[in-house]
Design a binder for this molecule. Structure first.
Ligand SMILES: Cc1cc2nc3c(=O)[nH]c(=O)nc-3n(C[C@H](O)[C@H](O)[C@H](O)COP(=O)(O)OP(=O)(O)OC[C@H]3O[C@@H](n4cnc5c(N)ncnc54)[C@H](O)[C@@H]3O)c2cc1C
Length: 405
């Protein structure tokens, strides 16, 4: 009989195991993969953006689904605690642009190994196996059943099985199924922080081109849903990169029309931009239009931009009218794309949706329906933008569930 069985050795499960073991509890951590923290090892392009050094307010602003539910968890274990936790385990960290915190080694495996070793050193038992069911007696938790049929008793169980994205890392939605069988409702899981397919084909002509300091605005039927400045990337199917991943969190109903507006020159208003164009055009006065944009746009974008402008590429710059210049300015300020689809959930950084937060006590992460059942991490209906926030959610909810169970 264990005090606590934790299903899933991702960042949430390992943090829960660490917190419960630190309190002297007997803990069994069960992971169906060969190794713990398989997804954690590929985070941040293999560098692992462990958390964000932002203050609590900024942290809340970056959580786009059920931030208020996370208030207690984030207070119990915040980004300072995450930083102290890993530095205490001998993983020195560094803070980069936008408060993003990474291991100094730039190796996500260092983060995963440090967590795994701590859990083992704490005396927690780690087993490689797959949990198929959670067992109850008189409505209370009493243990789990493994896929082999073997049953193990426990006073409490923490579901930390993750979502549905990148299923090869082990997150295949098992936690949703187990929670549903125990009476929990699930907000339909959907891809979030995922690249966007566009109806237009022209992004593919700029495949691989990354833009910095552009402003991206997502609109749904003319209502602005998201607008931010940063980086984006053109791909063979449409667009990706940090801005597009964040915007994707707001695309919830593809029956509706979503448009994306890219402001290529957010620092310049139309008047200043026109003056800049005039300057460039007088510099290249005898050139063709297509050869006069080198100072303004990346080379890969120029043919696409000229084609979208509808102006003959071979037109001499000195022949371009004021009206045409205005049109060029508006195109620079507003390159429009229409959303066709999101890429599949397999390619999503996170899964939005999950266990309904109304059925979880936010102060303990315990189920309000089944005493002794707890939740941690991405399996819960919470989600945030990129920047280290999703791992912070996993650590905070894992810590709180581990302490409470
Ligand atoms: C490519 C990529 C890059 C990312 N980069 C970042 C980043 O830099 N910063 C950031 O904040 N977030 C990042 N994220 C998001 C972050 O990785 C997740 O939010 C986080 O891993 C969720 O943690 P978790 O413990 O809830 O779930 P997971 O990490 O998915 O772990 C769940 C574990 O449960 C196990 N499991 C599932 N079912 C069972 C079962 N039946 N029996 C036993 N074990 C089971 C799985 O095998 C898995 O190991 C990234 C995600 C991806 C895909």
């Amino acid at each position: 009989m264990y005090d606590c069985i934790i299903i899933g050795a991702g960042p949430a499960g390992m943090m829960a195991a660490s917190a419960a073991s630190d309190l002297g509890k007997s803990v069994l951590l069960i992971e169906k993969n060969k190794m713990a923290g398989r997804k954690l090892r590929i985070t941040g392009k293999g560098r692992c953006n462990v958390t964000n050094a932002a203050d609590a307010q900024s942290l809340m602003r970056n959580i786009n689904e059920n931030g208020r539910f996370l208030f207690s968890a984030l207070s119990a274990f915040d980004s300072d605690d995450t930083i102290a936790f890993f530095e205490g385990l001998g993983v020195p960290l560094k803070t980069e642009r936008g408060g993003r915190v990474f291991p100094q080694s730039d190796k996500a495996t260092d983060v995963a190994e440090a967590m795994y070793n701590k859990v083992l050193a704490d005396g927690c038992k780690f087993v490689r196996d797959e949990v198929s069911d959670i067992l109850t007696e008189n409505g209370c938790i009493c243990g789990i059943r493994l896929a082999s049929g073997k049953e193990i008793s426990a006073k409490s169980v923490i579901i930390a099985t993750g979502g549905l994205s990148y299923p090869l890392t082990g997150s295949t939605g098992d936690g949703y199924r187990m929670a549903k069988l125990l009476g929990h409702s699930i907000t339909a899981p959907r891809a979030a922080l995922v690249p966007i397919e566009t109806k237009e084909m022209w992004p593919s002509e700029m495949q691989g081109l990354s833009l910095k300091n552009v402003k991206l605005t997502l609109k749904c039927e003319d209502k602005s849903l998201f607008s931010e400045q940063g980086e984006m990337l053109f791909t063979h199917f449409g667009i990706s990169g940090p801005l597009c991943l964040s915007a994707s969190c707001h695309i919830k109903d593809l029956e509706k029309e979503y448009t994306i507006e890219i402001d290529l020159k957010p620092a310049l208003d139309e008047k200043t931009l026109d003056a800049r164009l005039l300057k460039d055009f007088s510099k290249y006065i005898n050139r063709d239009f297509i050869n006069a944009l080198d100072d303004l746009l990346p080379a890969k974008m120029i043919p696409v931009f000229v084609s979208l402008s509808g102006i003959d590429p071979r037109r001499k710059v000195n022949e371009i009218t004021r009206q045409e210049r205005q049109m060029i300015c508006s195109l620079l300020k507003n390159m429009r794309l229409s959303v066709k689809a999101l890429r599949p959930i397999d390619e999503a950084i996170i899964t939005a949706g999950g266990i309904n937060v109304k059925e979880i006590n936010p102060s303990t992460m315990e189920s309000k329906l089944v005493p002794g059942l707890y939740f941690a991490g991405e399996v819960i209906d919470v989600s945030a933008y990129t920047g280290g926030y999703n791992l912070q959610i996993a650590f905070s909810t894992g810590y709180l569930a581990g302490c409470s169970c």
